[in-house]
Design a protein around this ligand. Structure first.
Ligand SMILES: [Zn+2]
Ligand SMILES: [Zn+2]
Length: 373
């Protein structure tokens, strides 16, 4: 992903002239806020990682000087092959806060991969009837070239001589309180227990590569805007043998020119003329399965709803379907031919004159509210 990396000083919210103490204080405050064990924000893990990266660089005077001079690329961009050598953020957290803080402490154990999100646009019909979709997801895969060993094929990782393959180093420290054993992650292999003499040329020793992956998604009938489909184990790969995260496909449904969805019901508006309203008629309306003839009863008023049972959207993960609602509107002609005018004048003599309605009509407002018309 070619997203812009934020400035490390900006990440920690400190001045470029901040002292080591100020940097540590900023880190302590932010790391506690964003720790994925206490923060529910979806980007907590990413922010936690970012804060840790910033802290790892800025808290080390040498790395900080490099960063001030070369920025994120480090002098590696100039051909020196240097990188900042980031360590596991949970390990840093433990170092600063100590263990037993109530947060996860298994930083060297397997870690589940991150969840991914994919936004998928569907047509109205695809959402209603369901479909199969091919999607292409960018994610990390085990490097196919070195099969995840990180070593160039033909070579093998070797046991770390610094820690003897344990990933940890023990140091006896003496203080006025007596001596105690301090166990830390091996700095030579970053806790992996092995080092790679000749890194894989495809992944540079990272054991994984970022690549496009084709997946097929089954969309069940009845999904709507915002429906999420979970593909278990199709997220980012885990670390140190941890399981993959999940992939969430978030659906967006295109509007239809005729059909409007109201949950599992479908609403269609139908204009009829005054003669059809007064005399009744047989008219055709579109449904999800094609045209259907419906009966307009004699004396049908404007804003009448005709319900076509089980002609709506299949209910998601349940049996049955919604209904189709036909909202009938009586359209009064605005331009009359001479002949029509004569006929209406004839008719007018036989009809009731205008009169004030005796009871209030709340029904229409209710209807408008119900359908947002
Ligand atoms: Zn590789
Ligand atoms: Zn080691």
């Amino acid at each position: 992903m070619a997203e812009r990396q934020r400035d490390y000083y900006e990440v920690l919210g400190v001045d470029r002239s901040a002292t080591q103490e100020e940097i540590k204080r900023a880190y302590r405050r932010l790391a506690r806020q964003c720790h994925p064990d206490v923060c529910d924000e979806p980007d907590a893990e990413a922010r936690f990682k970012e804060i840790n990266e910033a802290y790892q660089v800025l808290s080390d005077p040498e790395k900080r000087a490099m960063y001030d001079r070369f920025g994120h690329a480090g002098p590696g961009a100039m051909g020196y092959g240097f990188d900042f050598g980031f360590r596991d953020p949970f390990e840093i957290f433990e170092e600063v806060f100590g263990t037993g803080f109530g947060f996860r402490t298994t930083s060297r154990g397997p870690r589940r991969g991150a969840d991914l999100r994919y936004d998928l646009r569907l047509t109205f019909e695809e959402a209603v009837f369901g479909c199969e979709k091919e999607i292409e997801v960018m994610r990390y895969e085990v490097c196919p070239y070195c099969k995840g060993s990180g070593a160039e094929p033909g070579t093998t990782p070797v046991r770390c001589s610094e820690c003897n393959g344990t990933g940890q180093v023990r140091r006896v420290q003496r203080s006025i309180l007596g001596s105690f054993v301090n166990i830390t992650t091996c700095p030579a292999c970053h806790g992996e227990g092995e080092t790679i003499p000749i890194p894989c040329t495809k992944c540079g020793g990272a054991r994984r590569v970022y690549m496009a992956r084709k997946l097929s998604v089954t969309i069940p009938p009845g999904v709507d805007n915002g429906t999420q489909i979970r593909l278990g184990g199709e997220g980012e790969i885990g670390q140190r043998g941890g399981p993959r995260g999940n992939l969430y496909v978030v659906l967006e449904v295109e509007p239809h020119p005729i059909f409007q969805r109201r949950g599992d019901d479908i609403l269609v508006e139908l204009d009829i003329n005054v003669a059809q309203a007064a005399l009744g008629a047989q008219v055709k309306v579109p449904t999800l399965e094609g045209e259907e003839e419906i009966t307009i009863a004699p004396g049908t008023q404007s804003d009448t709803i005709i319900r076509l049972r089980n002609k709506g959207v299949p209910r998601l993960k349940r049996n049955g379907r919604g209904d189709q609602l036909v909202l009938v509107r009586v359209v009064v002609p605005t331009r009359l031919t001479k002949e029509q005018k004569r006929l209406f004048q004839e008719l007018e003599k036989t009809l009731e004159p205008a009169q004030v309605r005796k009871e209030k009509q709340g029904f229409l407002d209710e209807l408008r509210e119900l359908f947002g018309l």
